[in-house]
Design a protein around this ligand. Structure first.
Ligand code: GLA
Length: 365
C-alpha cells in the first residue's frame, strides 16, 4: 500500500540572511504543504511525477544532474545527500502534489527535497533523527540552487502547531515559542518571483560571500563573536561597500531577532511589528535584496494598519510577512486589496494572500 509524507512550507518571521552565518532565526511552518505519495520498488529506480512537470525517472546510481532548473534535480539532490550516510537499495514510485506556491520565499524547494528524502529513507526502512537530517539536507540545496543555511529544513521538519520555531545552528537546537492569541500573520505575494535556480542564485550567494569576507577582514572567527562589538559601524567603515553593508545587516538582524524573541515571549506585539519593519529596511537598503514591488507591498501593509511588515525568505521577489492584531485583520486585508492588489490584474486571492496558520512540521514532533 502506498505511504505518504507531507512537508509544510515555511514563512520566516525574522532573522533573514543570517542562518548561513550560524545565527538564530525565527521561522514557522504554514498550512500549505508538499505531499509525496510513494511505493517502495524492488529495484533501484526512482520514478516520479508531479502535475505540470514532465515525469522523471533514473536509477539511484545515476545522480548526474538534469539541466539547471529541472525539478528532477531536487530528487537527485535528496538521493545524493542521503546516500552519503546510508546505503539505499530500493527506489520508489512517487507522486508529488502541492498547494504551496513556487519561487515565493515559502520554501517549496526545501519542502520538495525534504519530502523526497523522507520518502526514500522510509522506503529503505531507515528512520533518521532530526540531527542527522539537519547535517545532510541543507547541504543538498547547493546541488539545485543557492548555498543556503539550515533554516528551511529545521522549520519544515520541526515546527509545532501554534508556535514559531527559534532555531540555533552551532550547535543545532530548536525551541517552539507559542504565538500569543490576538497576533495574526498574513503572507502576501508581491506578484514578482524569485527563481532559486535562476538569477537569484548568484545574487544570494554573493550576499553570503560578502558577509564571510567582511568577517575575515575584521578578524572575527564567527558572527557570534562579532555581535559583542560595541561600535560595528565604525569598525566596518573601511570595508568595501558590499561587505560593509552585509556585515551591518547581519549584526543588526541578529540583534533584532533576539529582541523579537523577547517580544514574542512577553506578548509585545507592537515592538515585534517595529522589528519586522526595521528588518525590511535593512534588507532593502543594506543587503539590497528587496525589489520595488516588495517595498510597495510593505508600505501598503503599513498604510492599511499593519503593525509591521517585511520581505520574507531570500528576497528578490516572493512574499512579505505582515503582522496585525487579529481584531484589525479585516482592515489590513481590505486595505491591501484596495491598494496594492487593485493595481495588479494577475492577483488571485487563493494563491496570493493568506493568513498563515502556524503548523506542524513533517516530523510531527
Ligand atoms: C533562503 C535560504 C535560507 C535563508 C533565506 C534567507 O530561503 O534557503 O537558508 O538563508 O534564504 O534568510
Amino acid at each position: 500500500m502506498a505511504a505518504s509524507v507531507s512537508v509544510p512550507g515555511r514563512v520566516n518571521l525574522i532573522g533573514e540572511h543570517i542562518d548561513y552565518h550560524n545565527l538564530s532565526v525565527l521561522p514557522m511552518a504554514i498550512q500549505r504543504r508538499v505531499s509525496t505519495t510513494f511505493d517502495a520498488r524492488h529495484d533501484s529506480m526512482i520514478c516520479a511525477s508531479s502535475q505540470g512537470y514532465a515525469d522523471r525517472s533514473f536509477p539511484l546510481t545515476e545522480l548526474t544532474p538534469f539541466p539547471a532548473g529541472d525539478w528532477g534535480n531536487y530528487l537527485k539532490a535528496a538521493a545524493k545527500m542521503i546516500a552519503r550516510r546510508w546505503t539505499l537499495v530500493r527506489g520508489i514510485d512517487a507522486t508529488v502534489t502541492s498547494d504551496l506556491s513556487c519561487a515565493a520565499g515559502l520554501s517549496s524547494s526545501s519542502a520538495l527535497l525534504t519530502g523526497f528524502a523522507l520518502a526514500l529513507l522510509h522506503a529503505n526502512g531507515i528512520d533518521p533523527s532530526i540531527g542527522e537530517l539537519m547535517e545532510l539536507l541543507p547541504e543538498g540545496e547547493q546541488y539545485v540552487g543557492t548555498r543556503g543555511g539550515g533554516m528551511d529544513h529545521a522549520a519544515v521538519l520541526a515546527s509545532r502547531a501554534g508556535c514559531a520555531l527559534l532555531v540555533d545552528f552551532a550547535p543545532f537546537r530548536f525551541e517552539p515559542i507559542p504565538i500569543p492569541p490576538g497576533w495574526t500573520f498574513l503572507v502576501a505575494h508581491s506578484l514578482t518571483v524569485a527563481e532559486k535556480s535562476g538569477a537569484l542564485k548568484a545574487e544570494y550567494n554573493a550576499r553570503r560571500t560578502a558577509g564571510m569576507e567582511a568577517l575575515r577582514k575584521l578578524g572575527f572567527s564567527s558572527y557570534r563573536e562579532a555581535l559583542n562589538e560595541p561600535a560595528p559601524d565604525r569598525l566596518a567603515a573601511p570595508l568595501p561597500a558590499d561587505q560593509r553593508a552585509a556585515f551591518l545587516h547581519v549584526v543588526s538582524e541578529a540583534k533584532r531577532t533576539e529582541s523579537a524573541v523577547t517580544a514574542l515571549r512577553s506578548n509585545d506585539i507592537e515592538h515585534f511589528g517595529e522589528l519586522l519593519s526595521a528588518s525590511h529596511k535593512s534588507l532593502r537598503d543594506r543587503l539590497l535584496v528587496s525589489n520595488p514591488a516588495l517595498d510597495e507591498l510593505v508600505e501598503c501593509a503599513g498604510a492599511a494598519g499593519a503593525l509591521g511588515a517585511r520581505l520574507t525568505g531570500a528576497g528578490f521577489g516572493g512574499c512579505a510577512i505582515i503582522l496585525t492584531r487579529t481584531n484589525n485583520l479585516e482592515q489590513v486585508h481590505s486595505g491591501l486589496l484596495t491598494t496594492f492588489y487593485a493595481r495588479r490584474a494577475a492577483f488571485n486571492e487563493e494563491g496570493h494572500l493568506m493568513v498563515a496558520t502556524p503548523s506542524t512540521g513533517a516530523l510531527g514532533v
